[in-house]
Design a protein around this ligand. Structure first.
Ligand SMILES: Nc1nc2c(ncn2[C@@H]2O[C@H](COP(=O)(O)OP(=O)(O)OP(=O)(O)O)[C@@H](O)[C@H]2O)c(=O)[nH]1
Ligand SMILES: [Mg+2]
Ligand SMILES: [Zn+2]
Length: 295
């Protein structure tokens, strides 16, 4: 059998074995240490050149340039980062969502907010916060099917990543979108008892017509591990809703943390910017500033 070089997409990888999709087929590949040494880790979403043995196996010979990549969750070439947040069980911790949105903005990745478990509590407040951001916001419930079609439309033709705290219902939502996947899900009490996520690896599912969706393990905490080297001075540009108000700051070097005559603080008072977003900004600004000092 002749060996051909092909281009493919990494769906998942474990212990040096990667599942590569090419022409609608999944090929199990190993990779040369040279590929990993030169280019770093191979991630789900990476495009690669591989030698197809023709028997379902192959060998990755090179990694093609990336448009973007994240280390947590580890995915490359992302079109859409969909952040899932529930009104309760678990309670929303918006700082983590805002931190993820900043990382997405820095990497030029479109952001959306998916509110899950809308059957459990009123979501009006969460919707308002993120519509002002301004992100696409979709209210969903896997319990009664609300919003599922809207999410399906949002994902169409894109490489998408679902992320959010453990237990918000990412895998359950993927199962209601694409029941054939039958992903493992788990109750909060089971997760707490095991101290573990139900989803433990990041995997990209091919859903046809150029749509790919990654389920990721939920985070219990996102620390400001500087996965994408954000400088505190550029942080205001990574909150898109701040932009039109920056001109109203009295001082050109306004940090929007404590100054008087600050356009951002005024916009919060007027209800144009959500207070929680400004709180996240201030917290992250101080954290990044303390890190920058030691650089
Ligand atoms: N009431 C209600 N419960 C839901 C909904 N979606 C998911 N759940 C429940 O929430 C629990 C957690 O769901 P998972 O889908 O495992 O959550 P996950 O975000 O994938 O969690 P990790 O994989 O640990 O990150 C399960 O018990 C689900 O049945 C929903 O829309 N409404
Ligand atoms: Mg899961
Ligand atoms: Zn200001």
């Amino acid at each position: 059998m002749s060996i051909v070089e092909k281009e493919g997409l990494i769906l998942s990888g474990k212990n040096g074995r990667y599942t590569v999709e090419a022409g609608g087929e999944a090929i199990i590949c190993r990779s040369g240490t040279r590929v990993r040494k030169n280019d770093g880790k191979i991630l789900a979403g990476d495009r690669v050149i591989f030698r197809d043995n023709g028997d379902g196996n192959g060998f990755i010979t090179s990694l093609l340039p990336r448009r973007n990549s994240l280390t947590r969750p580890p995915v490359a070439n992302i079109d859409l980062l969909a952040m899932v947040v529930a009104p309760k069980d678990p309670a929303p911790y918006l700082y983590n969502i805002d931190l993820l949105s900043v990382i997405a903005q820095k990497n030029n990745i479109e952001c959306a907010i998916i509110i899950s478990k809308s059957d459990l509590a009123d979501c009006a407040n969460l919707i308002e916060v993120y519509q002002k951001a301004p992100f696409t916001v979709i209210e969903t419930s896997s319990e009664n099917g609300i919003g599922v079609e809207e999410v399906r439309n949002l994902l169409k033709g894109k490489i998408c990543v679902l992320c959010g705290a453990s237990g918000v219902g990412k895998s359950t939502l993927i199962n209601s979108l694409y029941p054939h996947l039958k992903l493992e899900t788990g109750s909060l009490s089971e997760k707490i008892a095991r101290g573990k996520n139900t989803t433990r690896t990041t995997e990209l599912f091919p859903l046809g017509n150029g749509t790919y969706l990654a389920d990721t393990p939920g985070f219990t905490a996102v620390n400001t591990e500087l996965y994408c080297a954000i400088e505190h001075k550029e942080l205001d540009a990574l909150f898109p809703e701040f932009e039109m108000h920056l001109k109203n700051c009295r001082y050109t070097d306004c940090t929007h943390t404590k100054e008087t005559e600050c356009g951002i603080a005024d916009a919060v008072k007027e209800g144009c910017i959500a207070e929680s977003r400004h709180e996240s900004y201030k917290k992250l600004y101080l954290e990044l500033k303390s890190v920058d000092r030691y650089k």
